[in-house]
Write a protein that binds this ligand. Structure first.
Ligand SMILES: Cc1cc2nc3c(=O)[nH]c(=O)nc-3n(C[C@H](O)[C@H](O)[C@H](O)COP(=O)(O)O)c2cc1C
Length: 211
């Protein structure tokens, strides 16, 4: 099914995207310099049917996460849900909406990484209804992120980072959540490796992670 012929909840969500900022990538020049030390890229990304990109076997955010890990030499960890989200886009947005409304904390599959040795966490997720997927909160609540610098990056289809960085800082006041995160259109991440690399390079330079 093509995403330009959606109905119901999905169509409503797209209208909501249309009213949001349409930048393809963003990273402010006054981003805070990141501290020296070991870094890890932690990300959640959904495969299956997705908005504007059809059925994908590697998520949009996953693609960005891998570029960041390759360029910084950071370790990488994918947050995987214990109970898979629906393959269908329409069903997935319904499940995600309910999770957001319920402030759900979905179970994560497998063992979580020990963040003790890391100073910096690049945290990647898709924008889901203006926030991080609730499973990202599951991860952060189960991990020890006190005192760590968290650099958020997200993929989206019009809303950018939304209020995700602000929400994360409010939820985790003991961590330093960089407010100038990277946001990139999912379509770009999925289909344009060069533009993705350029956006990542620009952002990493601004953070000081890569000279
Ligand atoms: C459940 C759900 C909710 C979404 N909500 C938004 C949204 O509020 N704003 C937006 O710009 N994009 C939204 N999108 C689009 C995704 O953010 C976008 O397709 C993203 O690149 C998906 O990344 P992924 O493949 O890593 O999961 C939503 C997609 C899904 C599946």
């Amino acid at each position: 099914m093509r995403k330009n012929s959606l109905t119901g909840a999905a169509a409503g969500l797209i209208l909501a995207f249309a009213g949001c900022s349409a930048e393809s990538s963003s990273a402010s020049a006054d981003a805070t310099a990141i501290p020296e030390g070991k870094a890890i890229v932690v990300y959640f990304s959904h495969t299956g049917e997705n908005y504007s990109v059809g059925v994908i076997t590697e998520g949009n955010t996953a693609k960005v996460a891998k570029v960041i890990a390759a360029k910084t030499g950071a370790d990488i960890y994918e947050i995987k849900e214990a109970k898979p989200y629906p393959h269908s886009y329409d069903e997935c947005i319904d499940v995600a909406k309910k999770e957001l409304r319920d402030k759900a904390r979905p179970e994560i599959a497998g063992t979580l990484p020990d963040l003790a040795g890391y100073q910096v966490v690049y945290l990647g997720y898709p924008n889901w209804w203006g926030d991080c997927p609730m499973i990202v909160y599951s991860f952060l609540e189960k991990s020890s992120i006190e005192g760590k610098t968290i650099l958020p990056f997200c993929t989206h289809e019009g809303s950018g980072l939304g209020s995700t960085a602000k929400n994360l800082q409010k939820a985790f006041p003991g961590a330093k959540i960089e407010q100038n995160g990277l946001s990139l259109r999912g379509t770009t991440a999925q289909k344009d490796a060069t533009a993705t690399e350029q956006a990542v390079d620009k952002w990493l330079k601004q953070t000081g992670a890569v000279k």
